[in-house]
Design a protein around this ligand. Structure first.
Ligand code: C5P
Length: 291
């Protein structure tokens, strides 16, 4: 069996940090949305685990989240089956888009099929949560309110809209952003509740006006270009703009396809821009050859 799987990036329309947990992680409440920007994984059965990546900035070794997820699955199920994985990396690295978690989620779902494990989404989520906080969301995808450390999901009715993502030429480590938030002693917001009331009314303009991210002040203080990018996204016709996750990627919600395309052309003169749509899944098996 050969599988070709799309692993979709996510953005945080809101990110409330509710406090520090005893395990050192932060208690979150976030409205997350999968977007059409995606990596691609090819998987086939093999005696061992191996990972080839078309990006030399990433290691294909035991420290890669794909291999970590597959090892976790081997441990939890007791299987000694392996897989040959080839990863085509499109989602920018360390960008606040959960690119690594999306790849890990795709690997878990792929191995579940390749190895005939018959595990439920919940079981795969539990295995994934032990490897990375965003993996449970990436497995399910679409739109959801995420709680806990990232493992509690409340799926939402889907909403279709167009977005522009702008990736500044810097990387932000997630752990750094959370530590900076703690050090700043910043109060956390209530962004998710406001956003949810607009989401339930299917009010895209209201959603775009209620975007919120508790990590934005610390990221913008360290990288002032983030503030300029948010202004430029608004100037390119967005209904509203914010930063995703721990950044530095910023996004704008666009009123329609035409204005998303024209805004994309405008921003592309200065920035690395991605034209995207909201999508209804986190991973998608797009080709399956059974031999
Ligand atoms: O789970 P993951 O490896 O994605 O998390 C990366 C880092 O982000 C953690 O080491 C932690 O510092 C921070 N984090 C957090 N609270 C969360 C998720 C992530 O503090 N809920």
């Amino acid at each position: 069996m050969h599988l070709k799987i799309k692993a979709y990036a996510k953005i945080n329309l809101s990110l409330d940090i509710l406090g520090l947990r005893p395990d050192g992680y932060h208690e979150l409440r976030s409205l997350m949305q999968s977007v059409s920007l995606a990596d691609e994984l090819l998987m086939q059965p093999a005696p061992e685990l191996s990972l080839a990546i078309d990006n030399s900035d990433l290691s294909g070794g035991e420290d890669n989240i794909v291999i970590k997820c597959l090892r976790q699955l081997q441990r939890e199920t007791g299987t000694d089956k392996g897989a040959e994985v080839a990863l085509r990396k499109i989602i920018p690295l360390a960008a606040g888009l959960a690119g690594g978690s999306a790849d890990g989620a795709a690997a878990l779902a792929g191995a579940n099929q390749l190895w005939g494990l018959d595990m439920s989404l919940e079981e795969l989520s539990c295995a994934g949560a032990r490897v990375g906080s965003d993996i449970p969301f990436c497995l399910r995808g679409g739109a959801a309110v995420v709680g806990g450390r990232g493992e509690l999901l409340e799926p939402l009715a889907p909403l279709d809209f167009w977005l522009l993502l702008v990736k500044p030429p810097v990387s932000i480590a997630t752990a750094w952003a959370y530590h900076a938030f703690d050090a700043a002693g910043a109060p956390s917001g209530q962004g998710t509740e406001r956003l949810l009331s607009c989401w339930r009314k299917r009010d895209l303009q209201g959603i775009a006006g209620a975007l919120a991210n508790d990590l934005l002040p610390v990221a913008r203080a360290a990288y002032p270009e983030i503030g300029c990018i948010l202004d430029d996204i608004a100037g390119a016709g967005a209904l509203g703009a914010s930063m995703s996750g721990s950044g530095p990627t910023c996004f704008g919600i666009m009123p329609d396809r035409e204005r998303a395309i024209s805004g994309c052309h405008l921003l592309a003169e200065k920035y690395q821009v991605y034209l995207c749509r909201a999508v209804r899944q986190g991973i998608e098996v797009i080709k399956e050859d059974v031999k």
